[in-house]
Design a protein around this ligand. Structure first.
Ligand code: ACO
Length: 437
């Protein structure tokens, strides 16, 4: 990655009677960015931005989001075109290498990934240390971190060849790990990968086949799984990706950094939202109760939120949610399921999109609103939803981590703070202390 941008102008800031000049950088798309790197040096002050609502933490060439317009581009290609026309591994190649692969590049990449789908047999012994009822994300975070112990060569993150190998291994092994997490939680034997199958087909087989029966892949479900992987593949500097970049900035083993991303993804405000959205739809239960829940979501004294609604960046329809809704219809038709949950979801979406509270705050369905309906129909329990998200997002994390390691401007991430605690004071011996509570 090259960072040879020239400033489009200078911003002037008056601080404590001093004028500070800061470069204004112009990206290819999106708002201009004021480069505050020299602010502390010039004026001795920091900026405060909890939640990073106005702060770009890095320069990136991977993904672009226009939240106002509801646009999501990977390396310039709109997400709906990718979801319609390509497969997950093609998108993975695009994110990692910056261009769509030619046929021979794709064949080579596909083969490389396929060669690494198996896990070291010692990894399996980690599973027996977990309780069967452990949350699947706890098992995933633990076993992804454990993988770093098996590949010490990847510790040299500045060796580009080792790094590429580590990336290929991780893309290949993540579905095998995730499927083991599922099989372990339901007490079924682990299913080894079948390299004759596609990425999504192989994953579904490792999750749903049993030794006692023949397994026939269903093309509609395979396509739906592949789409879910594509739609979750990357989303620029979200919480888990920033976590991976930050962990990696210290030079940590790449798999340990990915494990940090898994932990960050787990929360209900991020990757856990699809689990929470489906639980909410189940709790609502029928379309006639939707109004009651919309009222609850609007009540400022009630902490309830419509899960799967709203987004830090999108102030318009999440473009991924549209593809998800279509896929939900396809999957339910294929399986001939009349799921009342889909009716609840559609009724909720309709009411919320017309309600002044949601319109005013620009709250629209996000990618998680319909994905739970699909995953539930395919047969996954809700606790596995975030694990599937992690399988898909692994390529985004790896591409972003790779970019950050290659960035000549990259330094260890070290945010500053506005300190509001006690001022300096002298130590008091325990016998002389008075209670503060
Ligand atoms: N239901 C009801 N009200 C909401 C919702 C919601 N889902 N989301 C935001 N609001 C309201 C807030 O109460 C607030 O109202 P106020 O101005 O009257 O106080 C206003 O909208 C702005 O909300 P913030 O929390 O400031 O928005 P923020 O950008 O910080 O939060 C978030 C974004 C966390 C995604 C939020 O919309 C939310 O909690 N949504 C539900 C969880 C969810 O679906 N997360 C998935 C995100 S997508 C992903 O990770 C793949």
């Amino acid at each position: 990655m090259k960072s040879n941008m020239t400033p489009a102008g200078m911003a002037k800031l008056e601080v404590n009677g001093k004028t500070v000049e800061l470069p204004i950088m112009k990206g290819v798309d999106g708002p201009d960015v004021i480069d505050v790197r020299t602010l502390y040096k010039q004026a001795g002050v920091f900026t405060l931005d909890p939640g990073f609502t106005s702060t770009a933490s890095c320069e990136s060439q991977i993904t672009f989001i226009d939240g106002e317009q509801g646009r999501l581009l990977h390396r310039g290609y709109p997400i709906d075109q990718l979801a319609e026309n390509s497969g997950f591994l093609e998108v993975a190649y695009l994110l990692l290498y910056g261009h769509l692969p030619t046929q021979s590049e794709f064949t080579d990449f596909d083969k490389k990934i396929t060669m690494h789908t198996m896990l070291h047999t010692q990894i399996d012994s980690f599973f027996s240390g977990f309780r069967r009822d452990s949350h699947p994300m706890a098992m995933l975070a633990g076993t992804v971190a454990a993988l770093s112990a098996f590949y010490p060569d990847a510790m040299d993150i500045h060796d580009a060849e080792q790094r590429e190998l580590a990336i290929h291994r991780m893309i290949a092994k993540m579905p095998t790990l995730a499927a083991r997490v599922y099989k372990y939680s339901i007490g079924q034997p682990f299913v080894e990968p079948d390299n004759n199958l596609s990425y999504a087909e192989n994953f579904l087989r490792m999750c749903f086949s049993v030794p006692a029966e023949r397994y026939a892949p269903n093309p509609v479900l395979t396509r739906a799984m592949d789409r879910i992987f594509i739609l979750h593949a990357d989303h620029e500097q979200n919480a888990s990706t920033s976590t991976v970049r930050l962990a990696g900035s210290s030079g940590a083993h790449p798999y340990a950094s990915i494990s940090a991303g898994v932990a960050s993804l787990w929360g209900p405000s991020h990757g856990g939202a699809n689990e929470a959205a489906l639980n909410m739809l189940r709790e609502i239960g029928s379309a006639d109760r939707v109004g009651e829940y919309v009222q609850k979501a609007k009540d400022p004294s009630d902490s309830f939120r419509l899960m799967g609604f709203g987004h830090r960046v999108y102030k318009n329809y999440d473009p991924r949610a549209k593809v998800m809704q279509e896929t939900a219809n396809e999957v339910l038709d294929e399986l001939n399921i009349k799921d009342p949950i889909l009716d609840v979801a559609k009724a909720l979406e309709k009411i919320a999109l017309e309600d002044e509270y949601f319109v005013e705050r620009k709250l629209y369905p996000n990618v998680d609103f319909y994905s739970g309906v699909i995953l539930n129909a395919i047969g996954f329990p809700t606790t596995m939803f975030t694990v599937l998200f992690a399988v898909a997002r692994t390529i985004g994390w790896l591409s972003q981590l790779n970019e950050s390691i290659e960035d000549p401007a990259a330094r260890i991430g070290r945010p500053r703070q506005l300190y509001t605690g006690a001022g300096q004071r002298d130590f008091v011996a325990v016998r002389d202390r008075v209670s503060q509570s």
